[in-house]
Structures are given as structure tokens and as C-alpha cells.
Design a protein around this ligand. Structure first.
Ligand code: DP6
Length: 325
């Protein structure tokens, strides 16, 4: 086997990962829970070609930047070491994300890369191993190996065996995610850099790491019980806690833009009028609202009216990776 293709989907954390307990192994300091999303797909093909002198990486039709290539090569090197080969690879990655979705693709990207590269190298890695290898590249990618609701435990420093596990399939609960895309304007601080600065300088970091497991457990229980109010309360607290931690770093990291706040208030306004809808955010300005299928129309209409919101899209739960050999 020298060529394989894989598809992976993005995920959104309901209980957030923010902070590392071991940087070389990229172990999360806190547990997190996500839902895998339908419609945000990365497709990656890896071919090991003996005539290549170095790895070639194409990303959405362009040659990847040196930093991006470095992260891809690091994962390919782990695959080569496990397979006992030295052959260089051609990597072609396409993100099929709706235009202007404003969503990151590193989770689906590294999940698809781990799956396609290992299959192309002839390794029969199971989902647990794929999750662990994807996690080492980007911890949120560990969760995109599986569909439905997925948990990634905190890692124990020095122990590389940290992988995500599925906690409920997508058929368990027809939750929806409504994304309010906001105009960005400012260059953002990436997650890796943001969480490191938070760890080193934020006075709220230790409190976050101590509290996060309780919020994570509340999110897990609420998913199992299909209790949206309980899920939403814990999810919003998780989001606001990690943002507070980032904001109070030195220098402070502020992902919010004026439309972010407008959208958050729209979500609260809907709740005040009796709709169970709750917000979460990643390391960026967009607001993601979680609600039941029956409320999607109402939530989309309301968010479209929020000042500065440029696009609103909704998503269902999606499946885990698919590999084509
Ligand atoms: C805010 O997985 O991108 O989206 O492991 O450094 O690559 P690295 O970080 P990454 O962080 C995602 C952080 C988050 C919350 C989450 O997805 O849990």
C-alpha cells in the first residue's frame, strides 16, 4: 500500500480544551467533550513516492507554508518510524467547508492526515491509535476520529497514551449547531500560542485547570440525559472560563469583536423568551449556538439580525473518519 485517502469532519467542543500538561507530547491539561459536525469536511490523500526527495504538501490547491509543512512532516515522520520506511510523501488536502464559515480546519486536517498517512504506509492503526497520533499534532484532532459525542481525557505528563473515546453516537440526540460568523478585522492569536501564554501568565489559569474536570463531567452527564439546559449552562461556563483565562493573560488575548457580543446577547435574549439555546466560542470571534432541531429556524433568523454578523449556518452531528485504500 503506498496511497490512501481519508475524510474527517470538524468538531466543536462543548467542554473546552485549553492548556497543556506536557508540551512535547501535546497532552491536554484538562478533559474536553465535543460534537463532530457534518458538512465541514477535510479530504486528504497521501502517497509515498520513492522518487521524492522531500515531502510535498498541497493545501486547498496551493503549496503549504513552511510552518504548515513542518507540522505535517512531524506526523509523517511518526508514521514512517512506525512503518520502518523512509520514503517521502505527496500530501494533497482539500477542505470542503462552506464559504466564509470562519471555522478552523486543524482538527479535521490532522485527523484526516493521521488516517490517510498510516493507511498509505500499510499500518493497520485502530481508531484509538489514530486518535492518539492525531492528538499529538493537535489535541482537538483526536476527537475528530470519532463521530457523534466524543471525550478526550486530560493527559498525564510523560504518558503518550492519551486518546479520545466516543461517548454517544450521533443518533443519540439530534442537537444542532448554528454558527454566527462575525467580521474578524484583527489578526488572532492561535490556540497553541494562546493557551501557552495563558498557562504562563494568567492568574486564572490554575483555577481553570482545577475547575474544568467538573464542567466536563456536567457536560457528559447532560449529554447522556439529553438535558439541553444542563448541557448549555456547563458549556457556557466552560467557554467563558477559558476566555476569561485568555483575556487575563499578559498581554491579554481578546478574541471577541463587537459582533461577538451582539450575537451572545441575541442567544441570551432568545433564552429569556423561552428558547433553550446556548453559546460557545473557540479561539476566535465567531459565536456557535447549540439548540434542538426544532429551534434552528428561530435561532438562525435571530442571529442574522445581530449587528455585524455576516453569515449564519447550521450543522448537524457528523460521523467519524472514513478511509479509502
Ligand atoms: C479553543 O487543538 O487547536 O478550540 O493542540 O495546540 O493544536 P493544539 O490546539 P487546538 O486547540 C483547540 C482549542 C479550542 C477548544 C477546543 O477545541 O477544545
Amino acid at each position: 500500500m503506498t496511497e490512501a485517502r481519508a475524510i474527517a469532519r470538524a468538531n466543536i467542543a462543548l467542554a473546552k480544551y485549553w492548556g497543556k500538561s506536557d508540551i512535547p507530547l501535546n497532552l491536554p491539561a484538562v478533559p474536553s467533550i465535543s460534537m463532530t459536525l457534518d458538512g465541514l469536511v477535510t479530504e486528504t490523500t497521501v502517497a509515498f513516492e520513492p522518487k521524492l526527495r522531500r515531502d510535498r504538501v498541497s493545501l486547498d490547491g496551493r503549496t503549504a507554508k513552511p510552518k504548515e509543512i513542518g507540522r505535517v512532516v512531524e506526523l509523517l515522520d511518526r508514521v514512517r518510524a512506525a512503518a520502518g520506511i523512509e520514503t517521502r510523501a505527496r500530501v494533497v488536502t482539500e477542505n470542503r467547508f462552506p464559504t466564509a464559515a470562519g471555522l478552523a480546519s486543524s482538527a479535521s486536517g490532522f485527523a484526516a492526515l493521521a488516517a490517510s498517512a498510516s493507511a498509505a504506509a500499510g499500518l493497520a492503526w485502530n481508531d484509538k491509535r489514530l486518535s492518539r497520533e492525531a492528538r499529538q499534532s493537535s489535541a482537538s484532532a483526536a476527537r475528530s476520529i470519532y463521530g457523534g459525542f466524543v471525550e478526550l481525557p486530560a493527559g498525564k505528563p510523560g504518558n503518550p497514551r492519551c486518546a479520545a473515546k466516543p461517548i454517544a453516537p450521533s443518533s443519540h440526540w439530534d442537537l444542532r449547531l448554528v454558527v454566527a460568523v462575525t467580521a474578524t478585522g484583527r489578526k488572532k492569536v492561535g490556540s497553541t500560542e494562546g493557551m501557552e501564554r495563558s498557562r504562563k501568565t494568567s492568574p486564572l489559569y490554575d483555577a481553570w485547570v482545577e475547575r474544568a474536570p467538573k464542567l466536563n463531567a456536567k457536560v457528559r452527564r447532560a449529554i447522556k440525559a439529553r438535558d439541553l439546559d444542563k448541557l448549555g449552562q456547563a458549556m457556557e461556563q466552560s467557554t467563558f472560563s477559558f476566555h476569561a483565562c485568555a483575556m487575563s493573560a499578559a498581554p491579554g488575548i481578546l478574541y471577541w469583536q463587537p459582533p461577538t457580543l451582539a450575537a451572545l446577547h441575541v442567544v441570551r435574549g432568545l433564552r429569556d423568551k423561552g428558547t433553550s439555546v446556548w453559546a460557545t466560542m473557540d479561539a476566535g470571534p465567531h459565536v456557535k449556538a447549540v439548540c434542538e432541531a426544532e429551534s434552528v429556524g428561530k435561532v438562525k433568523r435571530a442571529l442574522r439580525k445581530a449587528a455585524g454578523v455576516t453569515n449564519v449556518l447550521s450543522m448537524k452531528l457528523g460521523d467519524g473518519i472514513e478511509v479509502f485504500r
